[in-house]
Structures are given as C-alpha cells and as structure tokens.
Design a protein around this ligand. Sequence first.
Ligand code: CA
Length: 240
Amino acid sequence: MKPLVLIVEDEVAIQKLLAYNLTAAGFDIAQAYDGEEALTLVDERLPDLILLDWMLPQLSGIELCRRLRRRPETQHVPIIILTARGEEPDRLRGLETGADDFITKPFSPAELVARVRAVLRRVRPAFAAQLLTFHDLSMDLAAHRVFRNGREIHLSPTEFRLLRHFLENPGRVFSRAQLLDRVWGSELDIELRTVDATIRRLRRALNSGPDDADLLRTVRAEGYSLDLKLAMLPSDIAGK
Ligand code: CA
C-alpha cells in the first residue's frame, strides 16, 4: 500500500498544491481543513505521516499536535509542521511539540516531497526503499515488477500488494483478518477465505521453478508469514 499522508491546511490553494505534488510522488493523501476534521480522518484511517499547518482556525496546530502525541495510536506518527515565514521554527522547536520537521512557506514542492520522504525513511525504512528483497525474491517498487532468482513473476494487483506487505514485514505472522485489513483495506464485503485463495495463487506464482523453496509459511490457526526457517509440508505447498 502507498504511504498515506494526511494534509491539515485551511488554505485551499496550498491544500491543492500539496495534494497534487504528493499524489504525483506516489503517496495516498487525506485532506483536512481544520483540526477537528483531522482528528476524524485519523480515526478513519491512521496516516503514515501528517503535514500540519501551524496557523489553523479553531483548534490550533500546536494543540492538534499535542492531542495527537497524547493518543497512543498517533503517538508515533511523524508530523511535519508548515509555518509561515517569520514564525521561527527554532522557537517552535522549543515548545516541545514532538514534531519531526518544520517547513517554512513558501516552499518548493520538490523540497517538500524530499522532506516527507526523508522523515518516512527515518521512521519506516521500508517505505523509502525502492527494492524489497527476501532470500532469492526481489520486488522493484518503482517498476512494479517481481523477480525470483532472476526470473520475472507476474502477479495480480492484489497478489502484488499482499507480497509487498510480507516483504515489508519478513518473519512476522499475520492473521487472515490482519491481512484483509492491511491489504484489502476498506473493501468490507471481502471474506476471510479470499485471503486463503490469494495466498494460494501467490504461492503458486512464487514457487513455479523446480528448485524453489516455499517462502510463505502457513502457521496453523494463526495465519501466514514470509519465512524460510521452517520447511513446508508437501500438502501445504499444494495449497491445502
Ligand atoms: Ca493556515
């Protein structure tokens, strides 16, 4: 899944500029025009990063920042504050807002995108990597291609997203419900067995060579993980 950036900004022109450039740079975006709206959107889907304008109507940027830092689920979401020239980022830093970076308006869109990437790279290295690898498997995120042992593997968009999720979290076991939530997202009427069927197809696509070890581990009653440590039973490889 693309990283989600929540833009909190009351000026329509700047909202549009930010939305346009972040979308073009490959991010998903959510847009809030005041602090209350931002809190509502955060509840709907947790962003990977928040771009927060300092001067907002009603709930101020600093108050919103404090509230986000108080809530366990948003405590560690990186925040970049947008300030107008003359608002002195150094002074704002001293306020212990917990922000990760400051950008002064007017800013160049290219610089802004670079700063967003830099903060994400620091807190979530997997987002910034253009190449995800595991054992003899590699995923080129820029070109949207997957290779195993030099052989290209063709995947459907859902299979690609599922594999990407595993590659970003190698060795971790995910339940079918967690995979549904993280890979299928808000498509509410998808059934759990869809996960099993997609895993089966992904496994078949990944293990098409005669010497391929099965990289997808089925953990009985738990879920699935990308793992090479435990050998698979033949019945699992067949996709039972
Ligand atoms: Ca403003």
